[in-house]
Design a protein around this ligand. Structure first.
Ligand SMILES: Cc1ncc(COP(=O)(O)O)c(C=O)c1O
Length: 413
């Protein structure tokens, strides 16, 4: 595979040229939200300038808005490996879409039913299910994790029963980067006829998310993590999305996807989301010119992204292991980089996570401290109340930025 064209990628993201005083900014804040390429900025502004309208009208800007929305659903289906664009619902963000789905699914549960959530997940894939179970009089239980943050599939197998109605799991941890064996989770859950919802918010900018290969029933993610604007996406199997009791206003259509897309959507954000998916497809075409179709091109993009990010991960793990007093949480073995995203969570013997974030910000390195709402995980790993320092790399980050992080942390000694 030719070297990943990281400088050509970076040239498309204007914000990456930002400086902090004399220093170039190092955006290691990607797990909290990615930067966007120029074409996403142009798509958002261009929509507002040229086609701004509500949908469903007979005049040209409304017709163009509907065409853009159709194309965005088709692009999102390509991104997520879905066959049917009607199975994609856009919404405010992953949390809001999951709350709406949980409220609908919860109406199909009764006392005696059970929901399984995991210790590894962001609370957006925990709290909606705990609340829906409570409202239905159903029970909820947590699937435990192993020390390296991977899901304990034996614990899942023990907890699954004919009473289990739903398993909600995350594809990858937004706090420590562990990629979870969610295809296996879906197999185990389906063996007892439970439904499966996967949270792909953290994984989506790092790896191909393919609902067919994962075998799930629902999957949610967010465009602002994969180089687009602040828009959420929900995919679900047509027969479920058509029949579940969605909370919606009466005049709105019962057809998919409208019955899940409550209210007027963020059209400019969806235009930007379409541009972000097209950006990924064009990256794939640049890496593998034979990959012409959008879906194949997106797959090609992620082959390149994964190879580049794994190289960054191997070096980052080496550098972090060499910092005195630093403890990395999650998978630390450079031979296992395929099982993690380049999202690194650590604590330091003499500095709190928020002190570390401030120290790094002073050196132009943008990171986050805290639990990033992955509360069950930081509790399970004994990391509350301070949480961790999180440095997260995306495909636009460079080896030089890995070295800068390593060098800065060595200064602490
Ligand atoms: C893994 C994961 N799930 C869910 C969410 C919530 O997503 P949203 O902000 O779109 O509601 C986040 C946000 O950081 C996340 O990282």
């Amino acid at each position: 595979m030719p070297p990943f064209p990281v400088e050509r990628v970076r040239a498309q993201f204007p914000s990456l040229a930002r400086r902090v005083g004399e220093l170039p900014a190092a955006f290691l804040d990607g797990p909290g939200g990615s930067q966007v390429p120029q074409r996403v900025i142009d798509a958002v502004a261009g929509y507002l300038r040229d086609r701004n309208a509500n949908s469903g009208g007979v005049f040209v800007t409304s017709v163009e808005t509907d065409a853009m929305l159709d194309e965005a659903h088709a692009a999102a289906a390509d991104l997520l490996g879905a066959d049917d664009p009607g199975e994609i619902a856009f919404g405010a963000n992953m949390t809001t879409l999951t709350m709406a789905l949980a409220r609908a699914l919860g109406r199909t549960w009764s006392p005696g039913d059970e929901v399984l959530v995991t210790r590894a997940d962001h609370d957006a894939n925990v709290a909606p299910w705990l609340l829906a179970a409570r409202d239905a009089g159903a029970s909820a239980a947590f699937v435990e994790i192993r020390r390296d943050g991977t899901l304990d599939l034996d614990d899942l197998a023990r907890k699954l029963s004919r009473r289990t109605r739903l398993v909600a799991a995350g594809c990858a941890s937004n706090a420590i980067g562990t990629i979870q064996p969610v295809a296996r989770v879906a197999e185990l859950a389906h063996a007892v006829d439970a439904l499966v919802l996967l949270d792909a918010v953290h994984l989506a900018p790092h790896a191909r998310v393919d609902v067919a290969a994962l075998g799930c029933d629902f999957l949610a993610c967010s465009a602002y993590k994969f180089f687009g604007p602040h828009v959420g996406l929900l995919w679900g199997r047509r027969e479920l999305l058509e029949t579940l009791p969605a909370y919606k206003v009466r005049p709105a259509s019962e057809a998919l996807p409208v019955r899940w897309e409550t209210g007027t959507l963020d059209h400019e954000g969806i235009a930007g989301t379409l541009a972000a998916i097209e950006y990924l497809a064009d990256l794939g075409r640049a890496l593998e010119p034979a990959a012409a179709g959008r879906r194949e091109a997106i797959e090609a993009a992620f082959r390149g992204i994964e190879a580049h990010e794994q190289e960054l991960s191997r070096r980052a793990l080496d550098r972090l292991a060499a910092v005195p007093g630093l403890a990395l949480h999650g998978i630390a073995d450079p031979a296992r980089v395929a099982e993690r995203t380049p999202t690194f969570a650590f604590t330091h013997a003499r500095r709190t996570p928020s002190e570390l974030a401030r120290f790094l910000a002073g050196r132009g390195i943008f990171t986050w401290s805290g639990n990033f709402y992955a509360l069950a995980l930081t509790e399970a790993l004994g990391l509350e109340p301070q949480g961790v320092l999180r440095a997260g790399f995306l495909h636009y980050n460079t080896m030089d930025e890995v070295e800068r992080l390593g060098d800065a942390l060595l200064e602490l000694a």
